[in-house]
Structures are given as structure tokens and as C-alpha cells.
Design a protein around this ligand. Sequence first.
Ligand SMILES: [Mg+2]
Length: 366
Amino acid sequence: MRVIKASAYRQFQPFADGPYRCRGRAEEGMDSTIVRLETDSGAVGWGEMAPLGAFYSEAFAAGARAGVGELLPKLMGTDPRQLLVVNDFMDRAMFGQPYVKAPIDMACWDLAGQAAGLPLAEFSGGRFGSAAWLYRSISQDTPERMVQTAQKYLRDGYRRLQVKVGDDPLEDVARMKAVRAAVPADVLLVADANGAWRVDAALRFALAMGDADYFLEQPCMSLADNARVRATVRQAMILDESITTMDDLLAAHQAQILNGVTIKLSRVGGMTKARLLRDVAVALGLRVTIEDTGGSDLDTAATTHLMMATPEDSRFHTVDFMNWVTVSNGDGMPAVAGGQIRAPEAPGLGIKVHEAALGAPFFETG
Ligand SMILES: [Mg+2]
């Protein structure tokens, strides 16, 4: 099987619940890049990458579009089923830029799974259980409005909430305590600062929260600063933004900071690299979240498949980005129920893409 044609599309995906606020910035939606690979066997594979604006991670939408335009012509003639070979080739052809490679790698996984006749959960190791827990994120706002959002998500069936902090630590304490007091004790809460705090702010927050029950996610950006926070704070700590490579994961584990890791496909370079990080994190006894910076059905299918192929004991939770935005890019994702998500049963990603709705490609080669 050889890739003979590649196209790339742009899809803007507005947020269903209004602007998403984090680190003092706001975005109205995701500017997604969708890759289509066609092979000499007639099989077609799809991949997606959507950054959260340009401020959230080392990625931006125009960069993704330029990057796939640079890489896709070089991939003509390669066998998409040989995932490690494709990744090695991309890493030699382009230094870094993991977010550019992520949608291409995903389209290769889609093709490899279809060729094997297996959904990607089964293809990548096996489906553990039937569904994975989801979390919903509550953007920074007044404590009252954040409580209203939390209650809406509970009504929608979600049982895990991520409260965005990383602002003035005492205002964040008011937000977190208001949400904690408003939701049942069995609703799992995460305080996610997205690396925005300095050490003193993280410590003020954690000390003022006392013995409240919550997980602390990425209080500061650097490993050294998070280690300083960890030395004083006993809350279970999850790292997200600072874990990009295997070195990052092993260094954080060595520093005895980590209880869990959030692996975002576009930050680490796609499903192939995410799977390796996931397998090592599981072997280290960590809790694992597999998600992404954004996207719709294609991206949600990819993260859900990898999440389902993670042993249940090691799973933390994931996201249903397809339900965060007002547009879809394909059919096939099972409906979310009871705050849990299931992966498609059809081979590959299992998504039938709404090709006509994507409009004309911004790039074509082959
Ligand atoms: Mg996070």
C-alpha cells in the first residue's frame, strides 16, 4: 500500500459554550487542520489537528497548514501502515514541529487500522472495558458563574470537572471552593493552572485549599518549579504542558512529582509517540489521560481509541471535543452517556468523514 494523493482542509470549530478562557486569553473556537491520505489500494485515511489559538501550546493553525503543505509531498509513495517508518521519515524531513506531524500520523493510523480490519483500540493493543470517563473544563469566571457551569455539566451527565485556575491564587481559591461546595463529594475535581503560576502563587493556592479533595494539574510550567511546589504540597499532581518528550516524562518521574500525565496528541507528535509515552507511563504506575489541544469527531475518535487501549486501572479521563464545538467532521462516534465515552467499532478511526462539508482543500498533492 502506497500513498498516492494527499489533501488538507481547514475547518473552523466554534465553541458551543462560548469563549474558552485560559492563561488570561480567550478563544472563540478551534481552527482545525484535517488531512486526507489516499492510497493506491483506494483506501482513504483521515487525521486532524486543532490548536487552541496560538497561546496555549507551541502550535498555531497557520503553522499547521504551512507544515502539512511542506511534508505531504515528501510522503508520496510511502507505506502508511509502517507507522514507525513513517514517523522516522517525518522526523528526518522536518526537525521538531510535532503538531504538524500529528494529523499525518493519525491518517496513517486510520489506514493501518483499516488495512488490518480492526478499530484502532483493538489495533493498538486491545479494548479494555467498554467506556472511559470524560471531564469537562470550566473556564475562569466569577465563582458564581463557574458553579452554574459545573451544575450544567453535572446535569449533562459528566462526573469529572476541571476547574481552570492559574490566576490570582486567592481568587482561584474562591473559585475552587465554590465549585467543590456545589458538587457532590464523588465528583472528581481537578484544579488546572496550565502552568500559569509562579511557585509562590501555587503554594498560596494549595495551602489555602487546605485538605479539600482535588487533583492539582500543571501548577507551574517548568519541572524545577513544579518540584518546588511538590516539596510542600501533598495533592496528587498531574503534569500536562511540560511533558512533550520521553525525557520530560522520565525526568518528572525521577523527581517524584508525578501521579499522572496528560498526553496531548499534537503536542507529542501524534498517536505513535503518544502510544509510546502512554505505555511507559502505565509501566511507571501513573494515571494517564490521552487527549489533544482540540478538534472534532476525527480527533475525538483518535484519543478515545488510545484511551480505550489503556488498562482501566491506569486511566484517568479524556475529553469529548466533538461535543465542545458546534460543528462535526464525521459520523461514527458513539453518543456520550453517563459522563463516559466509547470508541467506534468500525476499522481504523471508524469515522465516516463529511467530505462535502469540508469544502475545497487548501492544499493538494499527488
Ligand atoms: Mg491540562
